[in-house]
Design a protein around this ligand. Structure first.
Ligand SMILES: Cc1cc2nc3c(=O)[nH]c(=O)nc-3n(C[C@H](O)[C@H](O)[C@H](O)COP(=O)(O)O)c2cc1C
Length: 341
């Protein structure tokens, strides 16, 4: 599949909403990997402009990435309870609780599908399952290869059955949101060492290993487990082409193996990030957080409070301490040459 796409290395730069724009995708693509554009936080106009920029700066294929959650129904009581939980912090930083913003993540829908039909990315990847069948049929018709994340063998079989051309096996080590979609039980979640070979044995389509792969050893291990490609996120956060705040980057540089946890505080869905003050004090998991993606709205005015990322999501996988500050081209060539060497 990756040869067919004309990619030199079977290496995908993980789409990372909020932490990158098209500059990272361009750098990775031109160095021989598959560059990705995360669209969960972008308007249609922004998607168009980013993809157009990619086509100007690279002749390589592009992966465009979408969330496909259902938009939640607003629950006023739950929102009020959440704000009440955050009240001591609003008081500490003299914030008017009515200043709380909204938090949105846009799922793939008819309008985005229409835009993709026009702009024709070579690959479209999804997180949290897949959109409904009529949209998948349209994506297939436009000729894009379809990828999505599975966190269990059951999810991998479901994705294969519903039209995925390759499965991203997302191990528990992975940074950012878990792609979990058939269950809400986090105890079902599996480390990459167990997950990859079991998904490889269960499905006929290629498997892409994701989660904690940050250096040559992780890359080699993924292929030894039967993966056909790797998807790497956290290692690319250290690149100057990523859009990571200095607070986030400094925290990543100090991270150890046990510096992260899964938390639903920032969006309402479990995601792996560096443990900070708010995760310690009201989480890391809490039943008080509103449904995804609404939890983030009440936290928005607190994000800039405190000087060291006390209230912001600092997404990271478990292998941050294996990463180094280097260009996206160097990360791509370093990992890519190991896989292909
Ligand atoms: C900062 C950050 C943001 C992420 N955002 C997305 C996203 O928008 N879409 C997506 O499919 N996956 C997202 N992920 C998950 C990645 O696709 C991938 O599973 C993960 O980065 C792999 O683990 P690693 O970070 O240890 O390499 C994100 C990961 C990180 C670290």
């Amino acid at each position: 599949m990756f040869k067919f796409l004309g990619i030199e290395f079977p290496l995908i730069q993980a789409p990372m909403a909020g932490s990158q724009d098209i500059a990272l995708a361009i750098a990775v693509a031109n160095a021989g990997g598959l560059g990705s554009l995360p669209c969960a936080l972008l308007s249609l106009d922004e998607m168009r402009s980013e993809i157009t920029k990619f086509r100007t700066h690279s002749s390589k294929p592009l992966n465009v990435n979408f969330f496909c959650h259902e938009n939640p129904v607003q629950n006023i009581e739950r929102d009020l309870l959440w704000k009440k939980t955050l009240l001591p912090y609003y008081k500490e930083f003299h914030i008017d609780p009515s200043a709380a913003g909204t938090s949105n993540r846009f799922p793939f829908d008819d309008k985005t599908c229409e835009l993709m039909e026009e702009l024709k990315p070579e690959v479209i990847s999804f997180h949290f399952g897949l959109p409904e069948k009529r949209l998948i049929d349209r994506v297939k018709k436009l000729g894009a290869k379809i990828l999505s994340s599975a966190t269990t063998v059951d999810e991998a079989l479901w994705l294969e059955d519903h039209g995925c051309d390759a499965i991203i096996a997302q191990g528990l080590e992975a940074g950012g949101h878990r792609g979990i979609f058939l269950s809400k039980n986090l105890e079902t979640q599996v480390g990459i060492m167990s997950l990859v070979p079991q998904i490889v044995d269960a499905v006929k389509v290629p498997v892409i290993a994701a989660g904690g792969i940050a250096d040559e050893r992780g890359a080699r291990a993924a292929f030894a487990l039967g993966a056909s490609a790797i998807q790497v996120g956290t290692a690319y956060l250290f690149c100057p082409e990523a859009r990571v705040s200095s607070v986030h980057l400094e925290a990543l540089k100090k991270a150890k193996d046990n510096s992260t946890a899964l938390t639903n505080i920032f969006t309402g869905r479990p995601a792996r990030g560096l443990i900070n003050r708010i995760m310690k004090e009201i989480g890391p998991m809490t039943s008080l957080a509103p449904e995804f993606p609404l939890a983030g709205g009440a936290l928005a005015p607190l994000k800039s409070s405190g000087s060291n990322g006390d209230f912001m999501s600092l997404w990271s996988g478990q292998s941050a301490s294996l990463c180094e500050v280097m260009s996206a081209a160097d990360v791509t060539k370093k990992l890519g040459s190991i896989i292909c060497g």
